[in-house]
Design a protein around this ligand. Structure first.
Ligand code: FAD
Length: 370
């Protein structure tokens, strides 16, 4: 394997593979460097009962539909891992693992990619490292005083680990709702959310979310009013286990508490609840520390990016500056892929990453020709 491919893709999860698929189709010489020792990206590390919020065919990467999982309309995480492993083989994607990237540096006409197994040099880099690796915990007063167990979504595995214990699940998104539903039967559950949970209608699944994200992209591209995309529909997909727990009255949320005490949680009015464990389902941030040597500008917590078309340039919507696109505004040889709506609507989903991956590959092929 040459250490000077034209392109280095950092990260071999679904986003890195989608990029690889399109680079290969365009005849670009590339390598994918992945820190995991086996294929599947973050899907290898989720909790046991996690199922996709869309059927298999609507959870597919470019080129090859995800096969259905026998007996399951919504495939589980193990099925996604097998699909990613087979996808990699099917398209003979050159993934090197385990290789962890520690820094990307400018070196004349090339970018130098430092790893735990030596340096690689490339004319362009695609960063596709996801967010699972950087869990976010909010600054809640007293967090250090709590005497029980505290964990983040990334560490939760199964309800049996909490049987009979008083568990507080924090967060009103999909992870919070699914983990609360998982625990509702075995643990003494308190589900704390910042605002009342917003369940999507029961017949809405990831397909509708993808449609909403696509409609939003079109509206923005055409200069129309922001439709609000996915967020306008609600926060929580009522996947079967969530629906069942909700319908049994087991998923009742309480307002977010204001501080942690040694033995539990406390609200501003002085009400208290004892707790043995807190599970923070409070989201993620992009895992991008290896880009620090490039000194890229950050706006609203994200590296500033822009798209290929003028319609994708940073713009103001409803008083917010939004950026949409994958190319770093400060380093045109660098693209960021799959991190969320700021790198393309629905780009942090299996079905949604295909389109931005194609655009990244095309733009890099053009750069290499120039
Ligand atoms: P990852 O899967 O995280 O892959 C990134 C890879 O980069 C990893 O292998 C990692 O080890 C590697 N890496 C990280 N840092 C480095 C480094 N410095 N050097 C080298 N390699 C590195 N999407 C759907 O489409 N349907 C769903 O139902 C769905 N459910 C979800 C449920 C949960 C709880 C979560 C958290 C997400 C869900 N998603 C879903 C969203 C999305 O599909 C995942 O977040 C997805 O894993 C993102 O893929 P990725 O390739 O961008 O990142």
């Amino acid at each position: 394997m040459t250490r000077t491919p034209q392109v280095v893709v950092i990260g071999g999860g679904q986003s890195g593979l989608a990029a690889g698929y399109h680079l290969r189709r365009l005849g670009v010489d590339f390598v994918v460097l992945d820190a995991q020792s086996t294929p599947g990206g973050a899907w290898q590390h989720t909790w046991d009962s996690l199922h996709l919020f869309s059927p298999a065919a609507f959870s597919s990467l470019p080129g090859w539909l995800m096969p259905p999982q026998p007996g399951e309309e919504y495939p589980d995480a193990g099925h996604v891992v097998a699909y990613l492993r087979d996808y990699e083989k099917r398209y003979e994607l050159p993934v090197e693992r385990p290789v962890r990237v520690s820094g990307v540096h400018r070196e004349g006409a090339l970018l130098r990619v430092e790893t735990d197994s030596g340096a690689w040099h490339a004319r362009a880099v695609i960063s596709a490292t996801g967010t699972w690796w950087r869990p976010f915990l909010p600054a809640v007063p007293g967090r250090g005083d709590f005497g029980g167990q505290q964990l983040h979504t990334v560490e939760y595995r199964r309800p049996q680990d909490f049987a009979g214990r008083r568990v507080v699940v924090v967060g009103g998104g999909n992870s919070g709702a699914q983990i609360a539903a998982d625990l509702a039967y075995d643990a003494q559950l308190t589900w704390a959310t910042q605002r009342p949970p917003r369940f999507l209608a029961d017949d809405i699944d990831g397909r509708a979310l993808f449609d909403a994200a696509t409609a939003r992209r079109r509206a923005l591209d055409e200069g129309r009013t922001d439709t609000g995309g996915v967020a306008s529909l609600g926060d929580i997909v009522a996947v079967p286990p969530v629906r069942e727990a909700r319908d049994r009255g087991l998923l009742k949320a309480v307002p977010m508490f204001s501080r942690l005490a040694p033995g539990g949680i406390e609200w501003a009015d002085g009400t208290r609840a004892d707790a043995d464990a807190i599970i923070w389902c409070t989201g993620f941030r992009p895992a991008l520390s290896y880009l620090a040597p490039l000194g890229l500008r950050v706006r609203r917590g994200h590296i500033t990016t822009q798209g290929t078309r003028s319609a994708d340039e940073p713009r103001v919507r409803r008083g917010h500056i939004t950026t949409q696109g994958t190319r770093s505004a400060d380093e045109p040889r660098l693209h960021l892929l799959g991190y969320g709506d700021w790198t393309g609507p629905a780009s942090a989903t299996l079905i949604g990453v295909g389109r931005p991956a194609r655009e990244v590959a095309r733009e890099i092929a053009e750069l290499l020709r120039g």
